[in-house]
Design a protein around this ligand. Structure first.
Ligand SMILES: [Zn+2]
Length: 442
């Protein structure tokens, strides 16, 4: 997986924290911001640098051009005692200041999120996987030791560039550049994981900390009620998260626009299409001719009996006038309609074989499969109550273009109580709720 590279981290730093000063010479050479006062260039600020500096100031040592640039702490073109004072400031800062908040750590082979709390504990996560590891840390001078739950200890030395950047030089390893992101823990953010489509026309596959937007790899930084998406070129946008239900959320981006996300995970098993686990048969998604439950499913029948009893208690009489239909029966039915009304007209009210919801064993027509039913008290009762028993009115009024069928007050689809209530509460058709369409491709 291609990860956010150091160059990108430097761009983020420059974009979000205008205080950081990147030395042009250093940026060209290795993309790592120059650590002022780190005279020998080992990403540590220690006695070795002090010795080099002191010797130079005393006239008993030479500095290379590169070393001289790092030694010129205040950047006035002269190496003098003011630079030594600046060096001492960093020295003191490294010994006394521990990082706090959420930081992004970048090295040539990884990008990691770190959370440091005030109590010297925290966690880190490699954005290429979803796991995060807790740690406790102890700070001794500029040394920081991390203890992992496994008991392993990792030693590092901190060197601050400015308030928004520091290096950790891991013992026996290369330096990792840290860039400040937030005072909110990165792993307490909204739950975004899954496959989504958005009304901005984007398709997302999101993990805990990374993902894709179309073909582009992105890093995902969840923080409290916000989430930040970081592109591979380093640009980032932050959104306020709000969830509508388990399949829908919105990110209100900091530029004022909002993007609505619909979870859409399409799986095909034995030729049968499921969207977020819901079996789908419509004009886009067909069932194989071999799919034959033989009748309405046990779940359908149990739920229908419950609904029928509730309706009866309200003085309404519900019965099934058409339940399961096999592929071959639907085929006969459709062909008869085509012979009578023509293909175009037949397609508005009858499904082509394989496309009928009646083949699922999860759908049925109640009382009368005709417009006469619409005016009965039973139609009103069904529309208002069927969701409580796990059913939806599958083809609502005025949604012909979306469902592919004209209004059918009598046709109910069993989804189970949880999903039926979610669809009912959303006020959407099943197609809109799942962000799928219903159109013949042939
Ligand atoms: Zn029907």
């Amino acid at each position: 997986m291609k990860l956010l590279k150091l160059a990108a981290a430097a761009v983020i730093g420059a974009a979000l924290l205008p205080t950081v000063q990147l030395s042009p010479a250093a940026a060209e050479s290795d993309d790592m911001p120059v650590l002022k006062a780190d005279i020998n260039g080992d990403y540590l600020i220690n006695s070795q640098d002090m010795v080099l500096m002191s010797k130079y100031l005393l006239g008993s040592g030479e500095l290379t051009a590169e070393q001289a640039e790092r030694a010129d702490f205040d950047g006035d073109g002269v190496i003098d005692t003011f630079d030594l004072l600046g060096m001492r400031k960093i020295y003191v800062r490294n010994a006394t200041v521990a990082p706090q908040g959420t930081w992004i750590g970048s090295s040539s082979d990884s990008t990691r999120y770190f959370w440091f709390n005030k109590g010297r504990e925290g966690s880190f996560a490699d954005i290429s996987d979803s796991s995060s590891t807790a740690f406790s840390m102890s700070k001794w001078g500029d040394g920081i030791d991390f203890t992992l739950p496994s008991g392993d200890e990792l030693s590092s030395t901190i060197a601050w560039l400015d308030t928004g950047h520091f290096y950790l030089k891991w013992s026996g390893s290369e330096p990792e550049l840290f860039t400040y992101k937030s005072d909110v823990p990165f792993d307490k953010g909204p739950f975004l994981k899954g496959e989504y489509v958005s009304d901005a026309g984007n398709t997302y596959k999101l993990g805990s900390y990374s993902g894709t937007c179309g073909d582009e790899e992105i890093s995902v930084l969840p923080m409290g009620t916000k989430a930040q998406f970081i592109s591979s070129d380093g640009t980032a946008k932050t959104g306020d998260f709000s969830r509508m239900d388990k399949n829908h959320f919105t990110l209100k981006w900091n530029d004022g626009t909002a993007e609505n996300f619909t979870r859409r995970e399409i799986t095909v098993k034995d030729g049968i299409t499921y969207v977020n686990g819901i079996l789908i048969a419509n004009k886009t998604y067909a069932l194989p001719s071999t799919y034959a439950p033989g009748g309405l499913t046990a779940e359908f029948n149990t739920a229908f009996a419950k609904m029928q009893a509730a309706a009866k208690a309200d003085g309404r009489s519900l019965s099934i006038c058409s339940g399961y239909r096999s592929y071959s029966y639907q085929s006969q039915l459709y062909n008869n309609y085509v012979a009578r009304d023509g293909k175009a007209k037949a397609d508005t009210y009858s499904a082509r074989p394989g496309h009928s919801e009646h083949q699922t064993g999860l759908a049925a027509d109640i009382n009368y499969a005709s417009d006469y039913f619409n005016t009965t008290p039973e139609a009103k009762w069904l529309a208002e109550n069927c969701y409580k028993y796990g059913f939806i009115i599958r083809y609502p009024k005025g949604k012909d273009d979306i469902t592919g069928y004209k209004y059918e007050a009598w046709h109910v689809r069993y989804l189970g109580e949880e999903d039926a209530k979610l669809v009912y509460d959303s006020g959407l058709t099943l197609e809109e709720y799942l962000c799928i369409d219903s159109k013949y491709s042939y």
